[in-house]
Write a protein that binds this ligand. Structure first.
Ligand SMILES: C[S@@+](CC[C@H](N)C(=O)[O-])C[C@H]1O[C@@H](n2cnc3c(N)ncnc32)[C@H](O)[C@@H]1O
Length: 392
């Protein structure tokens, strides 16, 4: 077997030859423009691996050298070294639930399931390290994903704190989160500024004029018993204004390269559950679609809890390759510009997302400050197991 490039070359050559002999079917069907492009990207990604590792190492080294000389300068000025010890900002539990709905296994390919498990790991790590952490649950934890965590990843997740894995569906998890958030002993979490503001200025719940994913049946009535549950979906005609206390947000645990458009939206609507999309369009001008990876959506919510500002949250989480800029900072660009190219670019983006979810954790965990090491270590170990699986 040759390199992917050689194989692509063979495929192209076969097409030319077969056009002069129309009765014989080509041995290798020609590669589509998109497949060739993906192949090139894959090669570039692979070729850049060592460079990226080297750059990360250099950056870590620079960071440490800078910190050491800053510390030495302060001590030389008479600062007590004890005062320079980093103090961990404690993480505070807040009365907000985040449920990752993993009940979509049949819609994913093997490598997408692997990617999803990395994303769940990442979400756990982000929540654990966040200034304000949510009640984090994984619903539909049965079948392949549970098997992977238990067998391939060495059941590390059983030692994780602050996350619950449940084999029930997202609504049964939401009921358990509700119980925990409303616990009479006050253990459900602390009311913080961003959430208090949502109570003071109750956010509007308005429907867009144009429906991004019109469905033929009329919208069913709201399930009153679950009115504190919001299923997040980029296909929803509603836009999330603020996160609200004592509310459970469901994020689809799905890696599908957007093949299954509207899947989560339909699931929520059928059950009379509120849906909402993140207000990306109000804050950002994007060069590609506004469908984000599961762990990024979780991270955005955690950032919002901390700063109460969607623009800041999007800017710090949405990957740079999505070409997002804050509105008002774009240089004479049309809001919709670039979206036409989205479908072509989307598959590539999501491929990169999958790779990053697996690759970035290990390097980040090495660069963690000591107070964050606990989360980083178990995530790092889980990630090592992921890499073993991917290469075997
Ligand atoms: C990769 S997306 C899955 C896309 C899938 N086709 C679907 O039906 O939603 C993973 C999940 O992240 C959340 N998500 C992604 N982008 C979002 C957005 N712009 N607004 C709200 N939720 C979003 C949704 O919960 C979604 O199910």
């Amino acid at each position: 077997m040759g390199t992917p490039q050689e194989e692509a070359q063979i495929a192209t050559t076969t097409t030319i030859t077969s056009s002069s002999a129309p009765t014989t079917a080509p041995a290798n069907p020609p590669m589509s423009k998109n497949a060739l492009k993906r192949l090139r990207k894959q090669e570039e990604w692979e070729a850049g691996k060592d460079d990226r590792r080297k750059r990360r190492k250099e950056k870590r080294h620079e960071r440490k050298t800078r910190a050491r000389s800053e510390r030495a300068a302060l001590i030389a000025q008479g600062v007590d070294p004890q005062d320079l010890q980093k103090k961990k900002t404690p993480s505070t539990l807040v009365p907000v639930g985040i449920v990752i709905d993993c009940d979509f296994e049949e819609y994913m390919m093997d490598k997408e399931r692997v990617s999803l498990s990395s994303q769940v790991t990442r979400a756990y790590s982000d929540n654990k390290q966040a200034r304000y952490r949510a009640h984090l649950w994984v619903a539909g934890f049965n079948k392949g994903i549970a098997k992977r965590f238990n067998e391939v990843l060495g059941a590390q997740h059983k030692k994780w704190k602050g996350i619950w894995f449940d084999d029930g569906d997202f609504l049964s998890c939401a009921a358990k989160v509700r119980e925990k958030m409303n616990a009479a002993d006050g253990s459900g979490g602390e009311m913080i500024e961003s959430l208090q503001r949502s109570l003071d200025e109750k956010p509007a719940w308005t429907r867009d004029e144009t429906d991004p994913f019109p469905l033929p049946d009329p919208e069913p009535p709201l399930d009153e018993a679950n009115k504190d549950v919001v299923y997040l979906s980029s296909d929803s005609p509603y836009t999330l204004e603020r996160l609200e206390p004592n509310t459970c947000y469901i994020v689809g645990g799905l890696v599908d390269k957007n093949r299954e458009k509207g899947l989560c939206y339909r699931r929520a609507r059928e059950k009379g559950i509120r849906t909402a999309k993140l207000p990306i369009g109000q804050f950002m001008v994007m060069q590609s679609r506004q469908v984000l990876a599961t762990n990024h959506v979780v991270e955005i919510m955690l950032k919002w809890l901390e700063c109460g500002d969607w623009g800041q949250a999007f800017l710090s989480v949405i990957p740079k390759r999505k070409g997002g800029r804050l509105r008002g900072e774009e240089a004479g660009e049309d809001a919709g510009e670039g979206e036409a190219e989205a479908s072509e670019a989307e598959e590539e983006e999501q491929d990169e997302e999958e790779k990053e979810a697996g690759e970035a954790e290990a390097s980040e965990s090495k660069a963690q400050d000591p107070p964050q090491a606990e989360a980083a270590t178990d995530v790092g170990d889980a990630n090592k197991a992921e890499q073993v699986e991917e290469t075997s």
